[in-house]
Design a protein around this ligand. Sequence first.
Ligand SMILES: *[C@@H]1O[C@H](CO)[C@@H](O)[C@H](O)[C@H]1NC(C)=O
Ligand SMILES: *[C@@H]1O[C@H](CO)[C@@H](O)[C@H](O)[C@H]1NC(C)=O
Ligand SMILES: *[C@@H]1O[C@H](CO)[C@@H](O)[C@H](O)[C@H]1NC(C)=O
Ligand SMILES: *[C@@H]1O[C@H](CO)[C@@H](O)[C@H](O)[C@H]1NC(C)=O
Ligand SMILES: *[C@@H]1O[C@H](CO)[C@@H](O)[C@H](O)[C@H]1NC(C)=O
Ligand SMILES: *[C@@H]1O[C@H](CO)[C@@H](O)[C@H](O)[C@H]1NC(C)=O
Ligand SMILES: *[C@@H]1O[C@H](CO)[C@@H](O)[C@H](O)[C@H]1NC(C)=O
Length: 636
Amino acid sequence: MAPPSFAAAALLALTLAAPGTALSAVSRVAVESSSNAPLFESETLQLTDESLSHLSKNQSAYFDFAKNDSSLHTRTFGNGCKVFPGDWLWPSEWVWWLFDELLGGALIKTVPLAASCYKSWPEYDANECETLTSEWTDSNIHAADPASVMWPLFEGRSCLPTTDSSASCTVGGYSSYAVNVSSVGQIQLAVNFARNAGLRLVVKNTGHDFNGKSTGAGALGIWTHNLKDIDYIPNYKSSSYNGPAVKMGAGVQAHEIYEKAHELGFTAIGGEGKTVGVAGGYVLGGGHSPMSSIYGLAADQVLALEVVLANGRFVTVTEENNPDLFWAIRGGGGGTYGVVTSVTSRVQPKVGVTVSTFSFSTGTDVSVDAFWAGVRSYIERFPQNADAGTYAYFWILATGADSFTFLMNPFFAVNHTLAQYNTLVKPWYNDLEDLGISITPNSTYYDNFYDAWMAGFPLETVASSVMMTGSRLFPRSNWETPSSFNATFDALKETISAGYSLLAFNMKAELVDGYPSNAANPAFRETLLHAITSTSWDANATNTEIKSKMEDFTNNVLGKWRAVSPDAGAYMSESDILEPNFQQAFYGSNYARLYKLKQRYDPTGLFYAPTGVGSEDWVVKSLDGLPDQNGRLCRA
Ligand SMILES: *[C@@H]1O[C@H](CO)[C@@H](O)[C@H](O)[C@H]1NC(C)=O
Ligand SMILES: *[C@@H]1O[C@H](CO)[C@@H](O)[C@H](O)[C@H]1NC(C)=O
Ligand SMILES: *[C@@H]1O[C@H](CO)[C@@H](O)[C@H](O)[C@H]1NC(C)=O
Ligand SMILES: *[C@@H]1O[C@H](CO)[C@@H](O)[C@H](O)[C@H]1NC(C)=O
Ligand SMILES: *[C@@H]1O[C@H](CO)[C@@H](O)[C@H](O)[C@H]1NC(C)=O
Ligand SMILES: *[C@@H]1O[C@H](CO)[C@@H](O)[C@H](O)[C@H]1NC(C)=O
Ligand SMILES: *[C@@H]1O[C@H](CO)[C@@H](O)[C@H](O)[C@H]1NC(C)=O
C-alpha cells in the first residue's frame, strides 16, 4: 500500500526493530513449541508485548493483545454490528497504512478477481478478462487470490466474469483487505486489530468451503495460502502416539503433501480434491479422505496444532497442552476458535491401491428396472466394501425421462491388489451380468497412494453461480434391516429420478482404537455413505426464484433424505448452507460442549463463520436476500 503523504512524520514515532523490515512489529523470538515438532521459521516471527510497547497509546489501542479483564464485549457500532466500511468507526486510511507498516507490507486491498472485465475498475483489460473467464472454474486461480472463493453464490455474486464491461462489479462479500501471511506475528497483528477495531475477521486458505466461510463483506481477511512449509518428524512422541509424523503449514495443499509423502515413502491423510488445503478448514471440519475407511478422518490424525487465539496469543495445542482446544479444533470447524498456522499429523505406511473406473446406462439392452436393480446390488454391498477399507466415488444421473447413467469415478480400493479388488466386486459384477448390464472396468493397481490418487481424481471444477449442494451421512443402521435399506434406496432413487444428480462416497470414518477422541461430527463414525446432491437454476433467475429453489431443495429434496436418517447428520464442509438445525446436523451431540468452549476462547465473537459454532448469535444482513456474505454482520 502507498503511504499517505502526511504519514512520514508519524514514522518517527515508531521505533520498532525487526530484521529486514525496519518498521515491522514482528520479531524473531527464541521459544520452542511445547509439542515434539519444532516451530517453523514463520512461527518464530511473532508479535510481542515488547514490540507493542514502542507504539503510542493511540496506536497500541488498535494492536494490543486482549486484556484479561472485563473489556470483553465486542466493539460494535450502535446497531450491534461489526464496524463496516463507511462507518465513522471504520479505521482511517492512516490506520490502515500503519497496520500495513507493522505487517511489513503484507496488506492487500481487495480487487475482485474479475475486475479486469469491468470498465469501472482501473484493472479493466479485455484480454485479461477473456483469459480469466476461460479459467474461472479452475480451483487454482481462486486459491491463489487473497479474497476469491470457489462458491461466488455465497460471496454475493458481486463481480463475476462477464462480456458486459459496463455491468457493475463491487467488492461485495469479499473481505475488504487481506493480510498475505508469512509469519505468526502478522496473524497476531490482524487478530488484535480486528478485535480492537470491531472489524469482521475471516480466515481464507484456498476458499474451497461450500458455505462461504472464507468470505465476508467489510472483513479483514487472513490469507494463509502461502504458509507452505512441510517437515517430516521421524519420531514424534505424545501420550498416545510414538512414531512418524508430518508437520504442515496451514497453506499446504493435497497435491503438495501427497507428493512429499510419496518421496519419503509414507501415506499422508488428506482429501480427495487436488487443491484442497489439507491443514486448513478441511482438517478442522473433520475431513474425509480416500484413506478414511481404514484410518478415519484427517482430524483424527492430528497430534499438534499451532494456533493464534482470539486474544492474539500464540499457543501450542496438543493432547497434553490445551486439551479442550485439542478436542474442539479437530472437527469443530474452521474459522471458529483461532487461526491455525500449522498442523502436525500422524503419517501411515505406504500402501498399494487399485483404481477402477467404469459406467453403465439404461438403453436398448438395459431397462430402467434392470438399471436400478444393478444399482441396488451395489448399494447393498456398502457395509462389506467399507469394511474392506475401500472408498468409492460414484455418480448417478438422470440423463432424460426414464434414462439414467451410473459412473464409478473411481472405485479406490486401498490395500487391494487387482486380484483382491476383483474378488471384492465379483458378486456385484455377477449381478450386473445376470441383469444383462455389461461393463468394461478400467482397473489399475498402483503400489502407492500418490500415483493412484493422481490417476483417480481429476482437478475439481468450481465457481458455479447457478447451483447449490446439500448432503447427508447415511448411517450403517440403514443397511441393517430390509425395510430400512429399502427406505434408503427408495429415497436415493426418488431424488435421482426427480432429476437431482447423486455424487456420493461409499466409505466409513470410524475413530481408530487408541486415537484420542475429537469434535468431529459423530455422524461420521456411523456412516457408510456420504451422499451429495445439488439443485440448479437458469443464469437469469431472479433472486426470489433462486431463494425459492433453495428452500424447496432444502425442505423437500433433502427433507426426504433426513426423513430416512433422522438421527444422522451431514458433513459441514460439503453441505447445504440452509441445513435446518445445523447444530445437530454438523456437530451432533458435541454441540453443547463446542458452544461452551467458543464462549470461553472467543468471548467477543471475533471469529464468525456461517454455520460455525456460535454463528446463531449473529446474522448477515445480506443485500439480495440470499444466504450470502454480502452485507453487515450483526448480533442476532
Ligand atoms: C489520540 O486520540 C485522541 C482521541 O482519539 C485524539 O484526541 C488525540 O489527538 C490522539 N493523539 C495523538 C498523539 O494522535
Ligand atoms: C486470565 O486470567 C485467569 C485468572 O487469572 C488465568 O487463569 C488465565 O490464564 C488468563 N488468561 C489469559 C489469556 O491470560
Ligand atoms: C504474498 O507473499 C508472498 C511472500 O510470502 C509473495 O511471494 C507473494 O507474491 C505475495 N502475494 C501477493 C498476492 O501479494
Ligand atoms: C492390508 O491387507 C492385508 C491383507 O491382504 C491385511 O493383513 C493388512 O492388515 C491390511 N492393511 C491395512 C493397513 O489395513
Ligand atoms: C484407465 O485409467 C487410467 C487411470 O487410472 C488412465 O490413465 C487410462 O487412460 C485409462 N485407460 C482407458 C483405456 O480408459
Ligand atoms: C424391499 O424391497 C425389495 C425389492 O423391491 C422387495 O422385494 C422386498 O420385499 C422389500 N422388503 C421390505 C421389508 O420391504
Ligand atoms: C432465461 O434464460 C432462459 C434460457 O436459459 C430463457 O429460456 C428464458 O427466456 C430467459 N428468461 C428471461 C426472463 O430472460
